[in-house]
Design a protein around this ligand. Structure first.
Ligand SMILES: Nc1ncnc2c1ncn2[C@@H]1O[C@H](COP(=O)(O)OP(=O)(O)O)[C@@H](O)[C@H]1O
Ligand SMILES: [Mg+2]
Length: 481
């Protein structure tokens, strides 16, 4: 019983003296039975045992049993207590961490997780992809939010959530409207406009089922390749992005870096797409002939996967690490020359844009560039007037190019100079309290063009003044092959 009192902390150990003072065996046994809290069955067993020696043996056995039970119980209790203590410690530490975050101003993490989860719930993406994203999210929730790993994972989930996975913009194809928009934005270029209308007609007739070939616009600088891409997007009521590829020599620019790299980012295509709402924009891959390849891989081979309608359903960006469907995107490429790899050329339908003649430039300037620049400079027809002679002079003597980019720049210069004049007059009138009506339209003509733009930059050459037999009037070199 001394041993029993040692292990059972609940028993009253003082009672051991009672036991020591008792001399009668039966009384001792009854006392012990009470102390051990024996159940009725066991008590009956004791009573049933007639022989005193056997009775003592039995009660000793019961004491031993009870000691084992008490020992086992206390062991279990210890384990449970340890666990509870650990949990309480965790809760306590977490509370502390939250307090620290609050103090540092980094306590947005929890609401951020909720936001990500909400977004994930809404996104329509393939089920396996979604499942793995939920897994990443729960992993992230267990990480220390200020660790580098957590930051990487958080950024990753942000990129995933911002991509327009299956959100398709409903497009109503209306050829008449498209034609009108293209006509309004660009003069001439009939071949390419016609091709766009054909493309749309096929799309409409096949319910967008047929993945059309990728169009590649080839032509000298400034003939409207990039801006035409934007107009095509507008005319089809699609979102528009342009991805400049000039100087890209790293495959990772197209395909992204693995997430394990420090500062890893998705490729340019995924980066730009993540800023959009819908997955069916028009994407202009600009200056596709200017990509080069070096030791960091070959970006043009990565582009092959992007441009191949069979493969781009499962475009794999290294950063995303899950397939992304690019098949709804309408790709348009632009290039100055055909100087690119044969497999790439093979994937595309080449449409050539030639340089503009002086007459075409005149029309473009009159119908588009002047109005555009007057609008952007907030000039009205009352304030500025550019005569036809001035435009022709401008084209002939201030620009010498295939496209109209310099022409546009010179027109912008005219608008700038005119605006300055107008402001000068306004201020002068105000200071001298003169009537507003004194203001006259600023007229730019053949005669006064030099006042605005300075001396002529290009003069007609001797040879083109008078035709002579056997005299070459010019020598041209182009990049085309
Ligand atoms: N046919 C055209 N009609 C109207 N504007 C044009 C035309 N061609 C070019 N432009 C204008 O010329 C500028 C340069 O065009 P851009 O598309 O940048 O040329 P590219 O990409 O071929 O080098 C743009 O402002 C565009 O609006
Ligand atoms: Mg361009």
């Amino acid at each position: 019983m001394k041993e029993y009192y040692l292990v059972d902390k609940n028993a009253n150990a003082d009672l051991i003296t009672n036991l020591e003072n008792t001399k009668e065996v039966n009384k001792i046994i009854v006392f012990i039975a009470q102390q051990l809290n024996l159940d009725n069955e066991k008590q009956q067993e004791i009573i049933n045992t007639q022989c005193i020696a056997e009775r003592i043996e039995l009660i000793i056995q019961f004491i031993k049993d009870e000691i084992e039970i008490v020992k086992a119980e206390s062991k279990i209790r210890n384990i449970v207590r340890d666990q509870i203590e650990k949990r309480q410690k965790d809760i306590y530490l977490n509370e502390q961490l939250q307090a620290i975050h609050k103090e540092l101003g980094t306590d947005k993490t929890n609401s951020e997780f909720e936001k990500i989860e909400k977004k994930l719930n809404q996104i329509k993406m393939p089920k396996e992809t979604k499942d793995s994203m939920y897994e990443y999210l729960s992993k992230l929730q267990m990480m220390n939010p200020i660790s580098a790993e957590a930051t990487v994972l958080l950024n990753y989930l942000h990129v995933i959530c911002s991509l327009p996975w299956n959100k398709n913009k409903k497009i109503k194809i209306n050829l008449e409207r498209t034609e009108k928009i293209l006509e309004e934005s660009h003069f001439g270029l009939d071949k390419i406009k016609e091709r766009i209308l054909e493309y749309l007609a096929v799309q409409k007739h096949t319910n967008n089922k047929l993945a059309g070939p990728i169009i590649c616009l080839i032509g000298p600088p400034g003939v409207g390749k990039t801006s035409l891409g934007k107009s095509i997007a507008d005319s089809m009521d699609r979102e528009f992005i342009s991805i400049p590829l000039g100087g890209v020599s790293d495959e990772a620019e197209i395909r992204g870096h693995r997430r394990t790299y420090i500062g890893a980012m998705p490729g340019r295509i995924i980066q730009k797409l993540s800023k959009l709402k819908y997955n069916n924009p028009v994407v202009v891959l600009d200056e596709i002939d200017k990509i080069s390849s070096d030791f960091r891989g070959d970006p043009s081979s990565a582009l092959l996967q992007v441009l191949d309608p069979e493969q781009n359903k499962k475009f794999l960006d290294n950063y995303l690490d899950v397939d992304y469907d690019l098949s709804q995107v309408m790709f348009i490429c632009t290039a100055n020359t055909l100087n690119m790899s044969t497999p790439l050329i093979d994937r595309m339908e080449i449409i050539r844009l030639s340089s503009y003649t002086q007459e075409e430039k005149f029309e473009i300037a009159k119908k588009h560039l002047i109005t555009k620049n007057m609008e952007s400079h907030n000039l009205t027809k009352k304030e500025i007037k550019i005569s036809d002679g001035a435009i022709k002079n401008l084209i002939k003597h201030y620009t010498q190019e295939a496209g109209v980019r310099n022409l546009e720049r010179e027109i912008a210069k005219l608008c700038r100079k005119a605006t300055k004049k107008i402001i000068n007059i306004e201020e002068h009138n105000k200071n001298n309290k003169l009537n507003k009506e004194e203001f006259k339209t600023i007229e730019i003509t053949d005669k006064n063009l030099e006042e605005f733009l300075g001396v002529k930059k290009f003069l007609n050459e001797e040879a083109s003044k008078k035709n002579e037999i056997g005299l070459a009037t010019g020598l041209a070199w182009t990049e085309e092959r």
